[in-house]
Each structure stands twice: as structure tokens, then as C-alpha cells.
Design a protein around this ligand. Sequence first.
Ligand SMILES: [Fe+2]
Length: 447
Amino acid sequence: MRSLLLAFLTLLLRAQGAFLVQPYLQLGDAPRAARAERLDLLWHAEDREAAWTVEVRGPKGWILQAAPVFHRLDAPPLPAHRIYRATLGNLVPGTVVPYRVKRDAAVVFEAEAQARKPGAHRMVVFGDAADGSKGQAAIAQAVLAARPDAVFITGDLVYGRGRAAEYRTVFFPFYNSETVPLLRRVPFLGVPGNHDVPFANYPDAAAYFAYWAQPLNGPALKAGDKNAAPVIPGLHDAVVAASGAAFPRMASFSFDYGNVHWTVLDSNAYTDWESPALKAWLEADLAAAKHATWRIVALHHPLFQSSRTHFDDQWMRPISPVLEKYGVDLVLAGHVHNYQRSAPLRFRPTRIGRRGRPVEGEFTVDEAFDGQKVTRARGIIHIVTGGGGAELYDLWQTEARVSWQPWTRILRSDTHSFTVLDVEGPTLKLRQLDAQGRELDAITLTK
Ligand SMILES: [Fe+2]
């Protein structure tokens, strides 16, 4: 027992010395399920030579993985550092796989990774989270207790400006510590929000592109394109260089998990989803997802929501007819710091004004769906799950139903919360939980 404890403490000390950011899991450029699953493992370390290796435990012992590669990020105020990436390969779908990282032949990190599940699974979703607050910490603990297979963050990944320095202090320590060992066990996926884009004055802004590893199957954007995150040459060069192929393409993408197809859209103000290039990609992606039982669109800016704050940020509404055409079931958004669920909706835009102005149109609302007895939805259910940690918006609206849009079915602004999606074949259960695990909302959808 004593020797076990000693071994654990030695590993802990080595781990603390070896990493600036401890290893964390990402889906990597693996959008589709495969017989041999994989996950990317990333970590940050000082900018000096070291012999890093990664091993995965197989039935006959540890299996050496392909040598890690690294990008260097040299953007103040953090000292230049290395973002290492290795791939955990040949994973049996759905299994929990032990892995370890060695530096100069010494084991410095050990954990277990949840490989993508082919069938029933639990996805946790929340947005607007990492601001270093007690609310964020409480939700992180509750998400751990909910035992997700993967986590999706609907944007505003890191406050205040998506900077590398902020990831170091308010993101990784909250989701990947000894007490909250989430990111080392399950992959986090996410979409950039308006706080994750390249801000002027901050050379380490838009660190999303350098620190996340997600599918590179989005619209084939190039730096400088109209719909690409607008970096400032000479200011954001270091982040762009450290991002490799991820910039600017990784802002939108799609992936499958179980029988769910996820279409992830960069909804920031510089994107125009009515433009031919983006619209064609969206249609092609959804058309190719016929194999999926469920279709989910995830983005930062909601199409339909009732909060007074950000009420006029409606510029994503015009994509609704395309989503309806291809049978999208759920739209998951953030941006608005509370929880909201709409009735199943269809929408025909009649007046599209300038950005930040209302988008008017005709609604068709499925009044019969209640998620309890009537579980087949005719239309898309819009969820805002922006209560992941940052300061809540419009607390008074929770009780003030008169302030809700006629198709809003629940609005909870009085507490932080997150969404749990349990998908099993033709049944999708959606629950909204608070930091104590109490249920704020629960619906079932069936096909
Ligand atoms: Fe936002």
C-alpha cells in the first residue's frame, strides 16, 4: 500500500514538472466512426528538446504510438511553448483504454480514454463557461458527476478574449485537474463564439485554432477569405503559425457520434451562411447525413430565443429552412447566458435586415409536442444552453412568462446549468441539470 502511494506521488510530481498543460483528449480529424477508432492527445510543454512517447495498453501490454509532433506558440504574454499532439490509434469502439505519456523514458502521465461509442451514449453540452468563476467550477464538477462520453461546448469557450494565457488559467485547470479529470478521459468538442475570435491588441487571441484538434472537413476557407476569422497580419501571426491546417478551416466542421450527425457552424458576425460557398457546404453536409438517426446543429448564436439580452442577434435565422429540409432535430446554441427550450418550429424568413437587426418571418409551431406523451416533433427544437459558468442574463425572465416568445416552452435564467443528451437508437432524452444535479427540464424525443 505504501509503495503504491509512493509510486502515485512520484508520478504526480513528475507530471507537474513535465507539463504546462496536462494531456487532454480531442476527436482530432476523425469525423466519422470507424472500426479502428482514434483520439488525439495534446499537451503543452516548455520549449525545449525532450524525448516524448505515448503508449496505449492493448491486450498484450503497452503499444507504442506514432511519435508526437508539435507546433510552437510564441505569442506574449506566455513564454514560447510547445503544443504536442499524438494519436491514440486502433482503439476498439466504445472501450475505455489506458494510456500513458513518457518523457525521456520516464512515465509522467497516466489516464484512461473513452473511445467513441458506436451505439448508446451520453453527450454533455454547455456554453459560455470558462471565466474562472465559482459557477464554472460548480458546473465542471457536476458534468464530471454526470459521466459523459464526450462534451460539447457551444462557444465562448474561454473568457474574456479566447487568449492562450486565459486557457492556461481558466480553462484547462477547471476541466482537467486531479479533482476534475474530465478532459483526460473524454474528448471535448466545441465551436468558437464571439469571445474566441482574433481580437485586436491581443497577439494570443483565437488560441482555439492552436489548442483544439477537431475535424478539418468544414468549408475550405483560406486566411483572408470573407467568411474566415479575420486575423490581423503582424499581430496574430504566431497563433496562425501554431494552428497549422486548423486555421481558419476548423471553425466549422461535422462529425458523427453513435447514430447522431453533428453539424457545427461558426456563427460569428463575419460569416455569411447565405453566401454560396457556406450554404453549399451546409446543404452537402446535411444531405450526406442520411445515414444518421438524429441530426444536431451546434453553433454559438441562437436562431430563436427569448432573452432581452442579445435578442436582436438573429442573423442565423435564415438557415432554418435548410435545416428543416434535411430533417435537423435539434439546434444547440449558447451566447445567451441561460437555458431555453423552444417548441418544435418551422420558420420562413420574410424580412432579413442588417446584422444585429431582427429577422422577421412566419412561424409554424408544433403545439402538440410535449416531450412526455407526444414525443415525435414536427419541426426543430431550439435549445440555448449558455449557463455553463459565466454571469447569467435576465434573471427576472425565469418567472416572467409574459416576456417569453410564444414558442418558448421553458426559460431558466436563475441558475447555471448544462444539457445531458442520452441517445439510444430511436430515442433521444434531453435533460437540463443544475450544478447540484437537479433536473430543470426533461423531454424525450422519438423517431
Ligand atoms: Fe457569446
